[in-house]
Design a protein. Sequence first.
Length: 257
Amino acid sequence: MKKFLGLLAAVVMMFALSACGDSATTGSAAKDKEKVEVGEKAEVKLTEDNFFDVLMSSQVAAGSSRMVMNMAMGGETMQMDARVQLAENLEDLAMTMSMDMGIAQTELILVDGFMYMNMGKLTDNKYIKTDLANEADKSASEFKDLAKQMDPAEQLKNVKKAKISVKKLGDGGELDGVSTTKWEVTVDTSKMELDENTAALAPKTMTYLMWIGEDNLPRRQTYNINDVETEILFTEWGQKFTITAPGADKITESPLA
């Protein structure tokens, strides 16, 4: 089970890199009353120097999105589909995610500081409930690193200090009905704060391509890690949806004890 959670944490870490942010930056953006009009040309020009700050402030301003990750390795594929309500900290972040990782059909819900994970037959098709702030919860230690990878503020701190380069590559064509620009980002993973399982799977450097819309919102991201080809597609920016916790009858005791 721990090995499975380590793999899941590594996958979510890569997924969460697309939503990195800094609470100080987003707070400043909020004070300036920055607005994002999805599909419209942004007032702020995206540059190599402000790349991470502008991306996060734009995503938080948009408020929500759908992200679909497709991974391929040796003829095998995996898909992860998530809807995210972005925020400046973990307590306010909300997410629903479904994934097929071969060994388990998994559904995850993050809302109100609690994480709920349904791993199919492994959890009798019910959800493990974890209070991420409760040190007495026996399963909390298994999920804390996973949850931390979903915290946009923590991710930007990681990525910014690990940044090797950010390069503008030029026209990225039209995606999701929006004109995009293609960017290349390279980071030194040894400078990132990763848990032991994630660090073991991460290469020394990670380079990924991002297609950013003229509204300063990402539309596509690709990268290759250890011969695993990964693509993330971003759609439904700013669309409203509701994330709720599972009912009491859908909760089970953690099998991690």
